[in-house]
Design a binder for this molecule. Sequence first.
Ligand SMILES: Cc1cc2nc3c(=O)[nH]c(=O)nc-3n(C[C@H](O)[C@H](O)[C@H](O)COP(=O)(O)OP(=O)(O)OC[C@H]3O[C@@H](n4cnc5c(N)ncnc54)[C@H](O)[C@@H]3O)c2cc1C
Length: 452
Amino acid sequence: MTKTLHIIGGGMAGSEAAWQAANLGIDVVIHEMRPKVKTFAHRTGDLGEMVCSNSFRSDDDEQNAVGLLHWEMRAADGLIMAMADRHRLPAGGALAVDRDPFAQSVTQNLMDHPKITVQHDEITELPAGGHWIIATGPLTSEGLGQAIAQETGRDALAFFDAIAPIVYYDSIDMSKAWMQSRYDKGETEAERTAYLNCPMDRDQYEAFIDALLAADKTEFHEGETANYFDGCLPIEVMAERGRETLRHGPMKPVGLTNPHQPDIKAHAVVQLRRDNALGTLYNIVGFQTKMKYGAQSSVFKMIPGLENASFARLGGIHRNTFLNSPTLLDDQMRLRSRPHIRFAGQITGVEGYVESAAMGLLAGRLAAAEIMGQPLPPVPQDSAMGALIHHITGGAEAKTFQPMNVNFGLFRPVEGLKGGRRGRVHRYKAYTDRAKAAWTDWLATQNMSCAS
Ligand SMILES: Cc1cc2nc3c(=O)[nH]c(=O)nc-3n(C[C@H](O)[C@H](O)[C@H](O)COP(=O)(O)OP(=O)(O)OC[C@H]3O[C@@H](n4cnc5c(N)ncnc54)[C@H](O)[C@@H]3O)c2cc1C
């Protein structure tokens, strides 16, 4: 049997899988359909394109599960993390990335790798033999989606996430807005002033909620359900859940002081985060939406400071294709019915750039080890990687399976530590210490080289 690994999809997961397998000595072919075949969300033909937010979220590897995943990927020489670090933008405690140079660097590194070939073709059938990873993401093309559904005997589930709008900086009224990270978090002045804040008083907030509730929204097609993933709720859905919900979510006013009116506490604050290195674009944090375009621009212009805003991109809704992994995949991420095919990335039911890249990293290593005839020990469940793969391939309830972000709720408890909010700092530190040790040990088992 051929020793070449074929990867369908060169997004976050496919790019990382290719890098890992190639670095272990395996010949890899990436089949990426862009730019020949487009998706509605990608703009370029680059590999590893970030389609919406430019954030890899928290970079805190001691107190945050996604920060821990960053740490584990860096320890495994991950390409996605290396390029994210190279193109980092100031964003308080978060890892924000300059998206175009990031994707260009990911692409260049893969193209330059002697073991990797990139073919721009759309795959529409399930491969009959060989070694394959399918990493086609939430926007898997229709032909391949149908082939997968036919094989699995179950419809790939579909639900909707929503995209946040992006505003041109020079259209923002800085006599009303100001730059500050919440609680002035960050070590440098750039970090401490990474966010742009727009304050609202009570009347402005109430009028804004009324407008959100009344706005024209995009209708769902027949057979689609508004089954949102809770971490990515559209703002109008949050407003429907209660008039105060946004004030306790993305519009919370805490940790911020308005220098234009230092004695007046804002009732709510809309935050925008820098979206490119030039500082010309800002995205409205947490403002995913399914309002129609006309409604969006009039509602968002009610935000003080954004009265004359120009939008580089308005928000939208999108499809998300994912498998019922707990029933369909084994603990090596192989399709039970055709074990020569692995799945990786968002299509396995993880959510987010970081989690998708992480599952690509694992799939690449697992596939490489199998091709070399040197199977790996199980991924340690105490690592963030292990917690996530365990959840999607078995830990989750299959009947109610929904895409999952990495979080400490997926980790086994550390014995003898205090529960509740008070013990949280010690508990999270114990989780992350334990995870790092387990992950380091697992990586140390992999002194592999390709059998020639
Ligand atoms: C509109 C939208 C907004 C999102 N916003 C965010 C966000 O703000 N933050 C976040 O963390 N995550 C976000 N996500 C989720 C994001 O897509 C994933 O987190 C991440 O990109 C998934 O990585 P992936 O490698 O699984 O898929 P992708 O990065 O999408 O890569 C899949 C690749 O497969 C290719 N492909 C598809 N079908 C075929 C085929 N048949 N043959 C060949 N190639 C194919 C695609 O062109 C694509 O390049 C968003 C997703 C969408 C769709």
